[in-house]
Design a protein around this ligand. Structure first.
Ligand code: HEC
Length: 96
């Protein structure tokens, strides 16, 4: 009552209220929907929320480097394996 600038009457009870919800249940229209990059980017909506991992928001040079090494290793493995199979087939006169 202090906020309303009135004295407290001492009576407590219920007040009749009415709630009106739009038929779309407050769901925003499609053009108001967020894109993935609204949050998943360096300067996205949640850029300053601490303590969470969000793909696309930050990166680690070491993890990026390890991923590239693994990718390169897998690619090199496929190339070497394929080349060896072709080489062995040619050496055995076309017999597998
Ligand atoms: C409103 C902000 C927001 C939007 C929009 C959003 N994300 Fe996220 N996303 C998050 C947050 C926050 C997390 C981290 C949740 C956690 O770590 O608990 C996350 C986590 C993720 C993860 C990692 C899940 C995991 O288990 O680590 C993936 C993948 C992801 N989001 C994909 C998407 C895709 C795809 C879209 C779009 C279709 C999208 N997000 C839209 C906020 C968002």
């Amino acid at each position: 009552m202090k906020a309303a600038g009135r004295d407290f009457s001492g009576e407590v009870g219920f007040v009749e209220t009415e709630l009106r919800l739009p038929v779309n249940h407050m769901v925003a229209p499609t053009k108001g929907a967020l894109d993935c990059v609204s949050c998943h980017s360096r300067n996205g909506l949640l850029a300053n929320v601490p303590g969470i991992f969000m793909p696309g928001r930050g990166s680690s040079h070491i993890v990026d480097l390890l991923g590239l090494i693994m990718l390169g290793g897998a690619f090199a493995g496929v190339l070497v394996h394929g080349a060896l199979r072709i080489f062995m087939k040619l050496r055995n006169n076309g017999k597998a």
